[in-house]
Design a protein around this ligand. Structure first.
Ligand code: NAP
Length: 480
């Protein structure tokens, strides 16, 4: 990696304002999914070290919560600014460890910065209430206080943005954080910590540990000093964390897996729908939680839409994310390639027709696939594919489309294209998901509440609701 500021690439953990190695000397090696080459290593800390980081965060909480909100805001704003100043280096680190094209990596860094800037604005707006009391001699005051030390666990697909949107809200609220990034992509998170230090985040307020994920999860859920866990990742692990954190009644936010439907009605602008489908399906090589996983197209426009979509899918360019013009990077690892192939083979076996792509892999690289004649019984309809594979399913009526779209235990995002305002209102109301994109698939931004329903979890990130996840309500009755 050629970085303008090599200090952004930290191969250490960070707690109490210090860069640290594990006392055991154990490490985790991290590779580049494009080349398979090792790019560096991070410590694999033991449980006592995780507990130490939590202790440090607990001590730092006592002073950070007392800082005026405007002071916390100033630090967050500077942190966001620094991300933008270092966007090229951060994108370089991100592409090298995660694989996404450089342009997307830069987009992710800007998106991460937008959460730091947003919550810098929200910190001073942590309003409470006064409520008319039952007696004239009384006053009721409601204030919102930070919950305490937060354990934040993040996935590999958006390694800097997923962490920034948790940490920004937590620190704005006055909480402190111990974060655990995914072992496949720790360097973006560590770069974020480095810039936090430069921005003036006091030692102990933001800490990062890397190591065995189950062990760190156990410490987060069993250590009574952790008062909040915010997790982004699979439904399987989310469920596990919910079960384990129940004993200590830890406040929880779970941003989990999705299985997003995209419906194209016959009154839609088809060119717009093609553009939206491509962006929502193939961004990050199909590895986003809000990725279109199921495509439902009304039969009367089916052939025309597929024809247009084929041209757009064939224009995608697979390759190393560093290379000019590449729009589809590698999948993160071989397990992801195997899932892609399993979904491809299953769809073919159940009668889907291949329009482009071939289901083959070269290392972690796969060609984007478009298929038609999909059926709800196919594997891609049951679970996230998390790869660039798109199978179109025809439908006839609006009722059928809604039924198909909701026929999943997941409920993160859904999308549809229609120019009929009555239909827009009906379908928006009927879709069972936390977020709905109408004639638009770029739904994620700092001003909007991001989150799911059903097996996609609960809690919201970003927006005016995001800070509530890190606050608790205290009511005071003033008598006498
Ligand atoms: P994952 O396996 O659940 O991992 C997510 C994080 O949890 C990683 O840091 C992982 O660490 C850690 N982890 C694994 N086992 C754990 C345990 N027993 N206790 C505590 N932490 C544990 O998910 P993934 O495969 O990395 O990410 C893809 C999933 O995330 C998809 O389902 C996607 O839809 C979802 N996602 C959701 C959102 C959202 O906002 N709703 C956003 C992005 C992704 P290691 O990797 O180091 O093992």
């Amino acid at each position: 990696m050629k970085l303008k500021n090599p200090e952004l690439f930290q191969q250490a953990n960070y707690w109490n304002g210090q860069w640290r190695q594990s006392s055991t000397g154990e490490v985790i090696e991290v590779d580049n999914p494009s080349t398979g080459k090792i790019i560096g290593q991070v410590p694999s800390v033991n449980r006592a070290e995780v507990a130490d980081a939590i202790d440090v965060a607990e001590r730092a909480f006592q002073s950070w919560r007392q800082e005026p909100a405007h002071t916390r805001a100033k630090v967050l704003r500077k942190w966001g600014d620094l991300l933008l100043t270092h966007v090229d280096d951060l994108a370089e680190i991100l592409t090298t460890e995660q694989g996404k094209p450089l342009a997307e990596a830069k987009g992710e860094v800007r998106y991460a910065a937008s959460y730091l800037h947003w919550f810098a604005e929200e910190a001073p707006r942590n309003y409470g209430d006064t409520i008319p009391a039952p007696k004239t001699s009384q006053k009721i005051i409601v204030q919102k206080q930070p919950v305490g030390v937060c354990g934040c666990i993040t996935p590999w697909n958006f390694p800097i943005a997923m962490l920034a949107r948790k940490v920004a809200a937590a620190l704005a609220a006055g909480c402190t954080v111990v974060a655990k990034p995914a072992e496949a992509t720790p360097f973006s998170a560590l770069a974020l910590a480095y810039l936090g230090e430069c921005a003036g985040v006091p030692g102990g307020v933001f800490n990062i540990v890397t190591g065995d994920s189950a062990m760190i999860g156990d410490e987060f859920t069993e250590n009574p000093k952790i008062r909040k866990i915010s997790f982004t990742g699979s439904t399987r692990v989310g469920r596990l964390l919910q079960e384990k954190s129940g004993r200590n009644l830890i406040k929880l936010s779970l941003e989990l897996g999705g299985n997003a439907p995209l419906i194209v009605f016959d009154d839609a602008d088809l060119d717009l729908a093609v553009k939206g489908t491509i962006a929502a399906k193939f961004r990050n090589a199909g590895q986003t939680c809000v990725c279109v996983n199921r495509l439902f197209v009304q039969r009367s426009i089916y052939d025309e839409f597929i024809k247009k979509l084929k041209v757009a899918v064939e224009a995608l360019v697979v390759g190393d994310g560093h290379d000019e013009g590449v729009t589809i990077g590698p999948l993160i690892h071989q397990k992801a390639v195997e899932k892609f192939q399993k979904h491809f083979d299953d769809a073919v076996a159940q009668g889907a027709r291949v329009i482009c792509g071939d289901g083959k892999a070269n290392g972690n690289f796969v060609k984007p696939v478009l298929m038609t004649d999909g059926k709800p019984s196919m594997m891609f309809c049951q679970e996230e594919t998390f790869a660039p594979l798109l199978v179109a399913v025809p439908f006839d009526t609006e009722e059928e489309a809604i039924q198909l779209a909701n026929d999943t235990p997941y409920g993160l995002a859904s999308y549809f294209y229609s120019n009929n305002i009555s239909r827009v209102m009906r379908v928006t109301d009927a879709l069972e998901s936390g977020m709905v994109g109408v004639n638009e698939t770029a739904i994620s931004n700092a001003t909007a509440p991001f989150g799911g329903v059903k097996w996609s979890g609960y809690g919201r990130e970003g927006s005016k609701y995001g800070m509530d996840e890190y606050l608790q309500v205290k009511y005071v009755l003033l008598g006498g």
